[in-house]
Design a protein around this ligand. Structure first.
Ligand code: TEU
Ligand code: CA
Length: 556
């Protein structure tokens, strides 16, 4: 039987470039992670997900791979990797790597060959198409990072498809050789002992036949309807699992881009033997209407409850999901969903209280355990993320927004927010590196850092540690049946979870004001498991939650 240890586990995502720089060249590296393994273990996390560590020209920071079986020299050597893996396993944790299999780098030898001529043996590793009648791209598809998804290759006079940057050509999964190449790369790492993969944009690997034009329905819908969930995706995922993953004690976590609650089961229902779990975008994008840097909607708590509910209903133990409120692609969780100023500590703690009691595997992102916040970059020269830069440059041409507004939007939504170096202490560059880092450290590292929080028993860091430890002891956090209380309440999120004879009540205040909970009377039998304040106020026995207060009560 397939092991399910990952269900109760907590995944800790590391973005290696920004984690810790061991040799002071301004870039995080594998030895930097090795130095911090005891720290990571102290969080009580179970699985480490490493963003890509493979050779790459870094057009998209490693999500453009030029050699799937080599370590990026900036990050270290294969010996470093082996030592890292051993260090993780010695501490009872698991490691999953980031498999970027929808596309590779244009500097990968496959693409360098493919673009040489139309009859090159590697030509069919990619999607090529002759120009439209007017010489333009073959269809109206847009790249995730702006502009056409097709790039003309002057040498052979044909366009190639790139759903991301033009340095990330999409691989042609219809070609069995491509699939075998990817499977071989997976085996290479699994044979070394890695415990699985996070699968980058995996729903995109199969393209609709004939490359039809996309309808005019907004980018998110286009992803769902056109780019993702193509005709052969499930055939290939089954094949991948059968031929590779199932031969090891390993699991797969899909980046569920373009997946919705109706088709999610096709990817992760256990009996289908495809993928083990996915994280969807509905929470991560709940304030993003069609796409980044377009219309934004205000945060709406009831909508968020609805999203969690619809996913619970859709997946109810037939399959599995992971829950995340942040990663390397989104602005910081506390800045988006909490209050990173007056209630920084309270709201960071409340949010993790909520996330850790949702059904599913908990997925946290480096730095969130100390409540790292968004950064405000002062000039466009400080911006490093290719998605933000493409948006800025496109905007220079079409002048939709002024330069100032464009930079403001980048500071609000851009991916660099999540990628600033981890703040280890109050020293230069937050202790990340002595040399100027590749991306500026957040100036609040003099206040928000691991060193201070480690010593402070009331810190966000120690709250995470305690919560994650308790979560391991209470199956009801993860598997309990969920009962909503005051579902339509816009200020409070309250729910009861029950499993066998154990029940908990979770009560969370999403506002900056005191909130009375009319439906919750404190009794002496209730045991307080988690509280981000020192006490619980009551009025005539009714609980009054303080700003961003979050509680977990063991109610028997
Ligand atoms: O992300 C896929 C993806 O959908 C993102 O482009 C996301 O929509 C965007 O960042 C949110 O604004 C994955 C990786 O996580 C991302 O870092 C890569 O850039 C991308 O794939 C291409 O590999
Ligand atoms: Ca380094």
């Amino acid at each position: 039987m397939k092991l399910t240890w990952f269900k109760k586990g907590t995944i800790y995502q590391i973005y290696p470039r920004s984690f810790n720089d061991s040799n002071n060249d301004g870039i995080g590296d594998l030895r930097g992670i090795i130095e911090k393994l005891d720290y990571i273990q102290s969080l009580h996390v179970d699985i480490i997900w490493l963003s890509p560590i493979f050779s790459s020209p870094n057009d998209d920071n490693g999500y453009d791979i030029s050699d799937y079986c080599a370590i990026m020299p900036e990050f270290g050597s294969m010996d470093d990797f082996d030592e890292l893996l051993k260090g993780i396993h010695d501490r009872g944790m698991k490691l999953i790597l980031d498999l970027v299999a929808n596309h590779c780098s244009d500097e990968h030898k496959w693409f360098e060959e493919a673009r040489k001529s139309k009859d090159n043996p590697f030509r069919d590793y990619f999607h090529w198409h002759k120009p439209a009648k007017d010489g333009g791209p073959p269809n109206n598809w847009m790249s995730f990072f702006g502009g056409s998804a097709w790039e003309l290759d002057e040498n052979t006079g044909e366009y190639y498809l790139h759903l991301f940057t033009k340095k990330q050509p999409d691989l042609n999964w219809e070609n069995p050789k491509v699939r075998e190449e990817i499977y071989d790369a997976m085996r290479f790492w699994l044979n070394k002992g890695v415990d699985g993969f996070r699968m980058d944009v995996i729903p995109l690997i199969s393209k609709p036949i004939g490359y039809p034009n996309a309808p005019n329905v907004g980018f998110r819908k286009i992803i769902e309807q056109v780019y993702a969930n193509g005709p052969t995706v499930h055939k290939y995922l089954k094949e991948m699992t059968e031929k590779v993953i199932s031969k090891y004690d390993a699991f797969s976590l899909a980046e569920g881009v373009g997946i919705n609650e109706d088709n999610a089961g096709l990817y992760v229902n256990t009996d289908r033997k495809e993928l083990d779990m996915l994280y969807h975008f509905d929470i991560l994008e709940c304030t993003i209407v069609n796409g980044k840097f377009e219309e934004v909607s205000p945060f709406d708590l009831v909508q968020m409850k609805r999203i969690f509910k619809k996913w619970r209903d859709a997946i109810h133990n037939s399959g599995w999901i992971a829950n995340a409120m942040g990663n390397h692609d989104f602005a910081r969780m506390v800045s988006r969903f909490g209050n990173d100023k007056e209630f920084h500590v309270e709201s960071a703690k409340m949010l993790i209280t909520m996330l850790s009691t949702q059904n599913g595997t908990l997925n946290i992102y480096q730095g969130d355990e100390i409540g790292m916040t968004n950064i405000s970059l002062e000039t466009i020269n400080e911006v490093k993320d290719v998605q933000s830069l493409n948006f800025y440059n496109e905007n220079l041409e079409n002048q939709k927004f002024s330069k100032e507004v464009a930079l403001e939007m980048i500071n609000k939504e851009g991916r660099d927010n999540a990628r600033t170096p981890v703040q280890w202490n109050d020293e230069i560059n937050g202790g990340f590196s002595i040399k100027e880092p590749w991306l500026r450290v957040n100036p609040n590292s003099d206040k928000i850092n691991v060193q201070y929080q480690d010593k402070d028993e009331n810190s966000i860091l120690n709250f995470y540690r305690n919560l994650l430890k308790i979560r391991k002891q209470y199956d009801v956090f993860v598997f309990g049946d969920f009962e909503e209380i005051e579902f339509d309440n816009q200020n409070l999120y309250i729910y009861k979870k029950s499993l066998a004879k154990k029940s908990i009540i979770v009560a969370l205040n999403f506002t900056e004001l005191n909130q009375e909970i009319s439906s919750l009377t404190m009794t002496e039998e209730y045991k307080v498991l988690v509280n981000n304040y020192n006490d619980i106020a009551t009025k005539e026995d009714k609980v009054i939650l303080k700003p961003y207060q979050g509680l977990i009560l063991d109610v028997g």
